[in-house]
Design a protein. Sequence first.
Length: 232
Amino acid sequence: MGLTSTVFAVSAQGGILKADPAPCSGFLAHPQEMRVDVGRTPFNKVWRNPSPKAWARVQGFDRMVILPVNTVYFNGTPQQRAEMEKMAAYMRDRFQKQFAQGSQYRVVRQPGARTLVLELALVEWKPTNITGNAVATGASAVVPGANLIGSIFTHGNIAFEAKLRNGQTGELLAEYADRQRDKLTLFSFRDYSTTAHNRKAIDDWARQMDELASTPSDHRVAGAMRMTLNPF
């Protein structure tokens, strides 16, 4: 069963210690109608067009356009905005590659016949506190696990929102939103980069979306685990 009937079924679930939802930005058209449903998707909130006819019109669609990632609704310093633009480019590229290699949808450049349009937005970013992580790592030499505890206070986070449209008519089919924090770990090289954890979150989102696109509607896609032993 394809993305048109499975990915954006109203649902949301979290992994262990999942971040709280971010406030909805002006990017979303139905912020008051976003809902949580633990049965299907791993995202914080989802809205789905309630019209069966809207979904009937996109049955058989087999192409996907992933637009440049919107950063208009991110408020930050000029330096932060520069980093956000880099992450936005990374996010689009990561989603395009993930869909191209694993999805039933052929990634194309322009909307048209049998085409869905995915609009992504990065709306929040808090960089990882690399100085605080360095201090916590030093403290762990005296108090084992101090860096794990300290990471709770030095973590960064990132939030995204998205819209799915009928590429032929422009009709809005679904919206969703999710926020991720840095993963907890005993040691991670990502702790010493302001954006490495955020890129990992983007990787998780891309894989989750691809799994949703290629599995039946009764398949539960797990949220990303907040804790990991992988240092990279």
